[in-house]
Design a protein around this ligand. Structure first.
Ligand code: PBG
Length: 325
C-alpha cells in the first residue's frame, strides 16, 4: 500500500481551501486608471478591451467602486493632448494640470481610496521619453532628477498618498524623498518602480497615453530582460534611498525577479501586471481560446505566490468582485 498520498489533501473543496498556500484578496490589488480632459468622457483603449481613458469625474466614480469592492486604491496616468507636451514636461508640474485635478477629484469623491501617481516625464514629454533628451539624443539623468522631484511635490500637494517614480533614472528615489521632505510632505510615500524592464509588453499602455518614444527606445534606462541580479541591486538601492514599496514590472515574465527581490529586501514588494499581459489574455478570450475569469485569477495568484504583496492590475475591480470583496 502507498503510505504517502498527497492527493488526500485535495479531496474536497474544504480541504483544498484549508491547505491553500496563497490566497488572492481584493486588498492585494491596485487599479490603474487613465485620465483625460472633459466631463463624462469615456474613450475605449483599442488594445485593452474593457479599459477606457476617463474624465476625472468618471475616474473618481471608478475609484469609489473599486474601493467599495475592497481594492485599496488606484494608480493614475494622464493622457495629454500633444499641445501640452514639451521637451521638459513642464505640464507635469502645473498645480492645475489634468493629473493634479484628477487627484483632487478622487480625494473629494472617494476620500478613503488611496491615490498613487506616476512620476515620469513620458506622458508630458514631446520626446515620449522618461527623462530629458539632449540635443544629441541622449537621456540626461541628472538634469531629469529636479524635474521628477518637482513633479512629485506637485502631486503630493494635490493630495497623492504615494508617488510612484517609473522613470528608471539613477538617484530618483533620493531626489524625490528629499524634495518631498523639504516641502513638508514627510508622510507622502514612494512606490518605486525599482526593476522596470525594457519590455515589449507596454505596447497597449503607450497607445492609451500616446506616449511611445518619438525616437529610439528606452534601453539605456529600462532594464535588460536577461538580468535578475541587477534587479536586486536596483531594489536595494531604492530601499536605501528611502522607498516605501519596491516594484517589479512587468510581472508575468518576471516571476523569478519578484521572488529574488522578495528575498533581498524587507519592504513590501509590488508587481505590475502590465497592459500587454492584459491584452494577450483578452485577445485569446475574445477568440474563445482561453476562459478569461479563471485564467486571470490564476495569473494574479501566481504573481502573489512569487512574492508580490501588491499587484497593479487592470483586472483589479472585476477580480475583487469575483473574490467577494
Ligand atoms: C511610463 C510607464 C509605462 C508603464 C507605466 N508607466 C510605460 C513605459 O515605460 O513606456 C507601462 C504600464 C503598462 O504597460 O501597463 N513611465
Amino acid at each position: 500500500m502507498l503510505p504517502i498520498r498527497p492527493r488526500r489533501n485535495r479531496r474536497s473543496t474544504g480541504l483544498r481551501a484549508l491547505v491553500r498556500e496563497t490566497v488572492l484578496a481584493p486588498s492585494d490589488l491596485l487599479l490603474p486608471l487613465f485620465v483625460v480632459e472633459g466631463r463624462d468622457v469615456e474613450q475605449p483603449v483599442t488594445a485593452m478591451p474593457g479599459v477606457a481613458r476617463m474624465s476625472t469625474d468618471r475616474a473618481a466614480a471608478c475609484a469609489r467602486e473599486a474601493h467599495a469592492a475592497g481594492v485599496p486604491g488606484v494608480a493614475l496616468f494622464p493622457a495629454l493632448d500633444d499641445s501640452r507636451k514639451d521637451r521638459l514636461a513642464t505640464e507635469s508640474r502645473n498645480p492645475d494640470g489634468l493629473l493634479q485635478r484628477a487627484v483632487r477629484d478622487i480625494k473629494e469623491r472617494a476620500p478613503d481610496a488611496l491615490v498613487i501617481t506616476d512620476v515620469a516625464m513620458d506622458p508630458y514629454s514631446s520626446d515620449g521619453h522618461d527623462g530629458v533628451v539632449t540635443d544629441d539624443g541622449r537621456i540626461d539623468n541628472d538634469a531629469t532628477l529636479p524635474i521628477l522631484a518637482d513633479m512629485a511635490v506637485s502631486q503630493a500637494a494635490a493630495g497623492a498618498d504615494m508617488v510612484a517614480p517609473s522613470d528608471m533614472m539613477d538617484g530618483h528615489v533620493a531626489a524625490i524623498r528629499s524634495a518631498l521632505d523639504a516641502a513638508g510632505y514627510t508622510d507622502t510615500g514612494i512606490l518605486a518602480y525599482s526593476a522596470k524592464y525594457a519590455s515589449a509588453f507596454y505596447g497597449p499602455f503607450r497607445e492609451a497615453l500616446d506616449s511611445a518614444p518619438r525616437h529610439g527606445d528606452k534601453q539605456t534606462y529600462q532594464m535588460d530582460p536577461g538580468n535578475v541580479r541587477e534587479a536586486v541591486r536596483e531594489a536595494r538601492l531604492d530601499a536605501a534611498e528611502g522607498a516605501d514599496i519596491v516594484m517589479v514590472k512587468p510581472a508575468l515574465a518576471y516571476l523569478d525577479v519578484i521572488a529574488a527581490v522578495r528575498q533581498a529586501v524587507e519592504l513590501p514588494v509590488a508587481a505590475y501586471n502590465v497592459s500587454g499581459e492584459y491584452a494577450m489574455l483578452k485577445a485569446a478570450a475574445a477568440n474563445g481560446w482561453i476562459e478569461e475569469a479563471p485564467a486571470r485569477r490564476e495569473m494574479l495568484t501566481a504573481i502573489k505566490r512569487a512574492g508580490a504583496d501588491v499587484i497593479l492590475s487592470y483586472w483589479a475591480l472585476e477580480v475583487a468582485r469575483e473574490l467577494g470583496g
